[in-house]
Design a protein. Structure first.
Length: 358
């Protein structure tokens, strides 16, 4: 398939199809990356919730299955928050009735949420494992670490949710910009502002970023089939990054309750919520979002909000009950179809190319 009208991302990242599998911490691993790479797209390994050894194992699994294929390692790069015991206590207090209801031990110490930022250790891992692509969410790491990532030979991507963020990423060393529209599932990649009214949809965001920057643009958010890919290219993107549509594939690591919610929710049934981690993220509405949010000033800063929910989830997840679990999903969820990720990637590309070249 060499007839793509815009080859900038294909040439930059060494892939055949203008489709990047979204890294989805907790929901995707090497199986998904392998399937997408086999089709000719870019597979990704989300590292935010893995130990260094787990990341090494996943990279080895990928490289054994897809020798020589490029791989995207994805990291969060938030500032860990200053301790705020009062806020933590207020948040836990707000959950007390739920602890009583499900039989969780309210007096036990609150577990610590496990989303880690890119740091010295992650940088050494990149230098040793030399992935072809490194992508960041929530901006970029400090300049010295970023320099080392670039010196390792990796191409650097990061998400922009506004034109201002795209310009900042271009000025600070990115090789391509992921334009993440409001429709997208998971955490908003926003990092220059925490005002959610600044967040705009993919159709408005992509062409305005494409006009503002010189770098190639990857459209993300609400793209679930070939029509979204064709539209994104028409809007000035060189490729797309797809998340939610891959959650329906057998390679996705979603709980049975999450899968049930994905299978039954309506497109209008997602919202931005900060309850699960402290940062706004899009997920399918559930009980705690309806009763305490979806956005709440009580939630501690990212990623600490998740800690006090862990004891509730430990009990309810096992019962197949998603009242207290994040059900990340984008707005285009009803485009999702249960099929292997390799087949989905090929099908989106083939149908898009047929439309573009007819
Ligand atoms: C379950 C889930 C987890 C996600 N986790 C990450 C992540 O770890 N890192 C990241 O950069 N983006 C993450 N995202 C955002 C995606 O990279 C992407 O921007 C988004 O899925 C695109 O919108 P769509 O879901 O409408 O396809 C996640 C999205 C979902 C749905």
């Amino acid at each position: 398939m060499s007839n793509w009208p815009d080859r900038r991302i294909l040439d930059l990242l060494g892939i055949e199809l203008p489709i990047l599998q979204a890294p989805m911490a907790g929901a995707s691993g090497s199986a998904m990356a392998i399937a997408v790479a086999r089709a000719g797209g870019l597979g990704a390994l989300p590292c935010a919730m893995l130990t260094g050894d787990q990341v090494r194992g996943e990279i080895e699994a990928f490289r054994t299955a897809c020798p020589g294929q490029p791989l995207n390692l994805n990291f969060f790069c938030h500032q860990p928050p200053a301790p705020d015991p009062e806020r933590d206590a207020r948040w836990k207090q707000a959950l007390e009735a739920y602890y009583a209801e499900v039989g969780a031990d309210f007096a036990a110490p609150t577990p610590v949420s496990n989303r880690a930022p890119f740091d010295e250790q992650s940088c050494v891992l990149v230098e040793q494992m030399r992935p072809d692509v490194v992508s960041f969410h929530f901006g970029l790491p400090q300049a010295a670490l970023l320099q080392r990532v670039k010196a390792s030979g990796a191409k650097v991507l990061s998400s922009a949710t506004t034109v201002e963020e795209a310009l900042w990423l271009e000025a600070n060393g990115c090789d391509a910009i992921i334009a993440m529209g409001y429709e997208a599932g998971g955490h908003r990649g926003m990092f220059l502002s925490d005002d959610i009214t600044s967040q705009i949809g993919t159709f408005a965001l992509v062409p305005q970023i494409a006009d503002a920057v010189h770098l190639p643009v990857i459209a993300a958010g609400g793209i679930g089939d070939h029509r979204g890919l064709v539209a994104a290219l028409a809007l000035g993107a060189s490729a797309v990054q797809i998340g939610t549509a891959y959650l329906f594939c057998p390679e996705a690591k979603v709980s049975p309750a999450h899968r049930r919610a994905l299978d039954t929710a309506q497109a209008s049934d997602t919202a931005l919520t900060n309850l699960f981690t402290g940062r706004p993220a899009r997920g399918i509405n559930n009980r705690i979002m309806r009763e305490l949010g979806p956005m709440s000033d009580l939630a501690p800063r990212f990623p600490l909000a998740g800690g006090a929910l862990m004891p509730l989830r430990a009990i309810t997840d096992a019962q197949g009950n998603s009242d207290f679990s994040n059900l990340w999903s984008g707005q285009a969820l009803r485009l999702g179809r249960p099929m292997p990720a390799e087949q989905l990637t090929r099908e989106i590309a083939e149908k898009a190319l047929a439309r573009i070249t007819r």
